[in-house]
Unconditional design. Sequence first.
Length: 315
Amino acid sequence: MTVEAPAPAGSPTLPASIDETETLLRSAGYIADRSLATVLYLSLKMNRPLFLEGEAGVGKTEIAKVLSATLGRSLIRLQCYEGLDVSTAVYEWNYAAQMVEIRIAEAAGETDREMLGKDVFSERFLIKRPVLQALEPDLGGAPIFLIDELDRADEAFEAFLLEVLSDHQVTIPEIGTIHASQPPIVVITTNRTREIHDALKRRCLYHWVDYPTAERELEIVTTKVPGVDDRLSREIVAFVQMLRAEEDLFKQPGVAETLDWATALTELDQLALDPETVSDTLGVLLKYQDDIDRIKGSRTRQMIDDLRREVAAGA
């Protein structure tokens, strides 16, 4: 048995070119490089899942949020974690409501067990989780289905997703196969804590989301933190870029940390970096004490001197 819902009457127009895709992202404040805009455009055009890999904090999850906002589509997020199973990700039965229904039937003298079984395992007792919700039609068009941090889930769940990604369907033994009349726009992210199986990757278009160049990160900062002083924004970006390039850190700061730090320094009314304030606010930028201990103090002072010499030399 296949249960298929009718497609919505219409859906918002998807970008018709790579340039339009870049413009779409920029309209929501997401500054993407050309390669990312290209693979995103192809993913939308070919109706293939987009598989985004990269370090934490580089903006992978944000892409799904931007698509939802700019295309006017619902965002359905499946946050993965160790032990994630079908009952949490796909569906489960409302056992309490089923028991009430059985008690009511018994009190009414209904003894046809086959009919009762069909009734209590009908769709009205079905609790729909993110995977099943993503296969349902939506008046605004196919939803954005974000499968976030897939590498945190078990390999068994990863294997289960193959049916969803290949055929856009889910099989529920008591009901049958539920098939999406309009496949969702799927975005999968991973921080690469483990390798994802090739069988799943083959069904997707792949892109590695890297740390941005200094020019692009500066544009991101000025776009996302419009109140930041021009000199301060340049020094922040130069300092973060230097951290990533020259320091052997346990966890390099992502773009999200750069934005948080820019916001924090702006709240402190800073117009430029100074060693004391940088040392005091490193906990906004770095998330491990060993990394903070490595940078604060004399190393902070040296880095600020170096970046100002570089700026002076390039002026």
